[in-house]
Ligand binder design. Structure first.
Ligand SMILES: N[C@@H](CCC(=O)N[C@@H](CS)C(=O)NCC(=O)O)C(=O)O
Length: 312
């Protein structure tokens, strides 16, 4: 059996979401630290162009986007459940809201000049420039644009009031009941991000119930992991064979057929397409076969929701 390899970097909120999911399930994994800005040559050898953070690799299978990584980890270890039985819709829909609406507010609040200055206090000015240019490119060409800071500040109390209201329910101390699930982790990574500078931390810490709940979610930790170099990860992919495809029926209402050459790209931001042969299209997942000069034959997996398919 192949090891779970997470390609990530410490300061990334979505990487923190993935690390918390690994901790929640108490899994062991290998940690590959990737650059926080482009270029990322070893990651690109694996994904074929998808640039966002994090990415999960299992042998020659590469899973893009934490929404799909959650489902892959659920298959790896069923309990505790990220998508508890009977709550699949509520949990995944709430997580999707957190990963989009709540996250974009957090990004806007973090990109205020004062918090950026605090975040990059020890970094040389060139690095701040490189980072800002890279993130402008990340948001170009997608359906999503940055929320103006004043709008994010204005709307933030509404988001926090709704969270407080949900946490005040008698059904349990987590968002959807007595146990944490993917919804808690998806909300938590956005607030963890804001807590990382003294300028933005009060946006979370001013709400005692939210603060107490967040501490409980973050207590899941990151599981146990050991370091691996990105070059070694590429070698692992090369030596491995992709896993068998899901058994679900192939489903495409737009006429795409198994084996067709396609490009798959995120629709919101980070829209660099990945080209290859379409092998599978299920309700939640798309699988593409591609060959890389260094990494060999790979199956690259994407969520269906939020990713577009185009002919090549
Ligand atoms: N929907 C994606 C979002 C991932 C995302 O936005 N990641 C950010 C880092 S937190 C990113 O890719 N930033 C640019 C980069 O790391 O190059 C997911 O769930 O994985």
């Amino acid at each position: 059996m192949h090891e779970l390899i997470l390609h990530h970097y410490p300061a990334s909120p979505f990487a923190e979401k993935a690390r918390l999911m690994l901790g929640f399930k108490q899994l062991s994994w290998r940690s590959v630290i990737i650059p926080p800005v482009m270029p990322k040559p070893d990651l690109t050898a694996l994904t074929g162009g998808y640039r966002r953070t994090p990415v999960l690799q299992i042998g020659a299978d590469v899973y893009c986007d934490t929404a799909l990584i959650a489902r892959r980890l659920e298959a790896e270890k069923v309990t505790p459940a990220l998508l508890p039985e009977g709550l699949e819709f509520a949990a995944s829909t709430l997580a999707q809201w957190a990963d989009s609406a709540l996250f974009l507010h957090a990004v806007s609040l973090m990109f205020q000049p004062e918090s950026l200055a605090a975040r990059f206090a020890k970094a040389p000015p060139e690095l701040v420039q490189t980072f800002s240019k890279d993130r402008a490119a990340l948001f170009s060409g997608g359906t999503v644009s940055r929320i103006p800071t004043e709008v994010a500040k204005h709307q933030w109390p509404t988001l926090m009031a709704r969270l407080e209201q949900q946490l005040a329910r008698e059904e349990g101390e987590f968002l959807l009941g007595a146990a944490p699930c993917i919804a808690d982790i998806a909300v938590a990574h956005c607030l963890w991000f804001l807590r990382s500078t003294p300028v933005t931390a009060p946006l979370v810490d001013a709400y005692p119930e939210i603060r107490a709940w967040l501490d409980k979610v973050l207590a899941a930790g990151h599981g146990s992991f050991t370091e691996l170099s990105s070059g070694e990860a590429v070698e692992i992919a090369r030596a491995a064979e992709p896993a068998a495809l899901p058994e679900e029926d192939f489903e495409d209402p737009n006429g795409f057929a198994v084996g067709e050459q396609v490009a798959i790209a995120a629709t919101d931001y980070g829209v660099e397409p990945v080209e290859g042969q379409l092998l599978f299209a299920g309700a939640e997942e798309l699988v593409l076969r591609r060959e890389d000069a260094r990494a060999g034959v790979l199956h690259v997996h994407f969520p269906r929701f939020g990713f577009r398919l185009d002919k090549r």
